[in-house]
Design a protein around this ligand. Structure first.
Ligand SMILES: Nc1ncnc2c1ncn2[C@@H]1O[C@H](COP(=O)(O)OP(=O)(O)OP(=O)(O)O)[C@@H](O)[C@H]1O
Ligand SMILES: [Mg+2]
Length: 313
């Protein structure tokens, strides 16, 4: 049984294709589409597997598209805990315009969940033994109250598992109020949490420390795109910078990063090394086109050249 479980309230099939150029009114011929199982927690579980680890995906699945989704995940050998639901699993479309390599991402409405359906996440989570990490990534589906985090946090405490949350807005605020181990907001998400329009890099440490000092979480990792990330704990503040790379697509960078962080922490690496590895995973994901997550060989090449700058000295 995996010791890491990822929770996805709003999974989707990502269908990617391309056309020679995007134009209205004419019939455009697409290349054969590639289908991948997606959604925050799903991607984190897939990326952990790509790194050589083991994570189980707990998610909802419905209708014909749900069956297809389950098979796609099975094809990648990801252990799944499936909650059957009434409505179809959604499908998102990603189209690349080959004339300029621009990517267009069409997201379908999220599938709402009934109280009975989202309550099953809690029941299933409760049933898992020997959990070490619970990762909630992505948005809550319509119908799921933010207060679900109170229950997930309580289960994580009861099981002595560490709760890692990558979400935004009120859901993130609720998660913090309930108590979590680690959050990974990007700069915009942290600014919103602090009630500010934007945050300057030198304000990040103080904002993160305030959250930690209030006992809401132990670790804040603020991702900053090409600038890497800021790691803040009660006694550490470091900027972790990736090398300059030729970025193809940033889709999946945040999820690859969370995967790398949890994979390293699970393997008993310290915070600095874990975030360094996470940054390498995020940057590795940007080397690949479309929705592809990080590749382990790229992560291994990048990790030694990720720079660590101590901000406390
Ligand atoms: N342009 C880039 N060049 C190099 N690395 C990048 C770039 N964009 C993202 N990354 C890597 O991915 C990590 C996470 O990216 P980012 O800060 O964009 O997260 P995010 O906004 O949560 O992303 P997502 O849209 O996937 O949720 C960064 O810390 C960095 O390591
Ligand atoms: Mg993100």
């Amino acid at each position: 049984m995996s010791h890491i479980v990822t929770i996805t309230f709003s999974p989707c099939i990502d269908k990617s294709t391309s056309v020679s150029y995007l134009s209205p009114d004419i019939k455009m011929n697409c290349i054969a589409p590639k289908e991948e199982p997606g959604g925050g927690g799903i991607n984190v579980a897939r990326a952990i597997h790509k790194l050589g680890g083991d994570a189980m995906a707990l998610y909802v699945s419905g209708g014909c598209t749900g069956k297809k989704f389950d098979q796609l995940l099975k094809d990648e050998n990801i252990p799944a805990l499936i909650i059957p639901v009434l409505r179809e699993t959604r499908e998102n479309i990603i189209i690349v315009d080959e004339s300029n390599q621009q990517q267009y991402r069409f997201g379908m409405p999220q599938t709402p969940l009934s109280m009975d359906e989202w309550n099953q996440f809690l029941t299933k989570l409760h049933e898992i033994n020997e959990l070490k990490y619970i990762i909630v990534s992505g948005s809550l589906a319509p119908g799921v109250p933010n207060s679900v985090f109170e229950k997930i946090s309580a289960i994580s405490k009861e099981k002595k598992a560490k709760l890692v949350v990558d979400t935004k807005g009120d859901a993130l605020r609720y998660a913090l109020d309930s108590g979590v181990f680690l959050i990974k907001p990007n700069l915009g998400e942290l600014s919103a949490l602090a009630g500010k329009k934007e945050l300057h890099t030198d304000e990040i440490k103080d904002v993160a420390r305030t959250i930690i000092d209030k006992g809401k979480c132990e670790v804040v990792v603020v991702s900053m795109g090409a600038e890497g990330a800021m790691l803040v704990t009660s006694d550490l503040a470091k900027q972790i910078k990736p090398p300059l790379v030729e970025r193809k697509s940033t889709v999946g960078a945040g999820d690859s990063m969370v995967a790398g962080i949890v994979y390293s922490l699970y393997n008993e690496k310290n915070f600095t090394d874990a975030i360094r590895y996470g940054v390498a995973c995020g940057t590795a994901a940007t080397l690949n086109p479309g929705t592809e997550l990080c590749r382990k060989e790229d992560v291994e090449k990048l990790t030694p050249i990720v720079e660590v700058i101590d901000l406390e000295g």
